[in-house]
Design a protein around this ligand. Sequence first.
Ligand SMILES: Nc1ncnc2c1ncn2[C@@H]1O[C@H](COP(=O)(O)O)[C@@H](O)[C@H]1OP(=O)(O)O
Ligand SMILES: [Mg+2]
Length: 317
Amino acid sequence: MFNRASFLTRLVASSVKVSETAGGIIKNVMTAGDLKIVNKCDGGYDPQTEADRRAQYCIVQSLQNRYKDLKIIGEEDETTACPEVELGFSEDVLNLESSLNSELRNIKEEDVVVWVDPLDGTSEVALAVKNKNLALLEQVTVLIGIAHKGRAVAGIIHQPYFSENGRTVWAINGCGVHGITPAQSNAKKVVVTTRSHLSESVSSALEALKNKDLADSIEKVGGAGYKVLKVLEGSAAYVFASAGCKKWDTCAPEAVLEAAGGNLTDISGRKIRYDSNIQLNNTGGVLATASWVKHLDYVNSIPDDIKNQLPEVASKK
Ligand SMILES: Nc1ncnc2c1ncn2[C@@H]1O[C@H](COP(=O)(O)O)[C@@H](O)[C@H]1OP(=O)(O)O
Ligand SMILES: [Mg+2]
């Protein structure tokens, strides 16, 4: 069955399993207790742990083992070799093959870019360990986003610390969302935003949304993957009017949210591109909304002066 499936179905079926194995690696590093944290950012703080390095090694080795010529862009430049190579695949994904439209079924390996964030929410991991606040680990996700000709078409969000055994939420364009039942409405409009990268422009955008009755309350949590899960669970929107978030943070969440009828764009409402030669930063910020609110209302309510501070930059510097 695996060998007869289309390339996209096979890749998603493999990626679901690979994300779960990466989640296991993260948990093992945490249990072992030595995170070996390094700061990747000169003059700022962008932590990387042994869990990020091992999880990315496993994801890239596992996918490259099956798909030799696949273009994979991962967050981490430094990785740590680990023995786990996951060659399994999800039967649930293979069973979806007949739901794919012909365009998706004909996707070729050479037109695909896989965007990998092996551990989204690293700041939350560092803080969880420092403050012995293990509840923060719920905000950790493994993100594998699949882009075809620059557009996010499938995504996997694995949440290792959800409940006892974690959960995997995945989607292929037009084929619904799996692993979660998205909320269809909420009397209250909760807007989720960054916990660790607050800035003046983020605060001003949130204030503008409050003034237009588009945000009844604000919740500050970590990780792009986790924030999109919050939107699927009943929050109205995820707003980040700043430039630090990268393509590997948004590719999988965008595909998953859009398959549930929601939207993820930059704060000016422009689609985010995921071509292999693209600028890594989401220079236009991030705006994600649930299926039951109007994305354009949120776009239009963010003041132009904030949008002008966050122009789209398409090519790599
Ligand atoms: N200024 C920044 N520098 C580095 N990473 C950022 C920055 N802003 C956002 N990110 C990444 O985007 C994700 C969502 O941001 P936030 O939690 O602040 O809303 C973060 O978990 C982080 O990914 P990562 O944890 O993989 O480094
Ligand atoms: Mg990230």
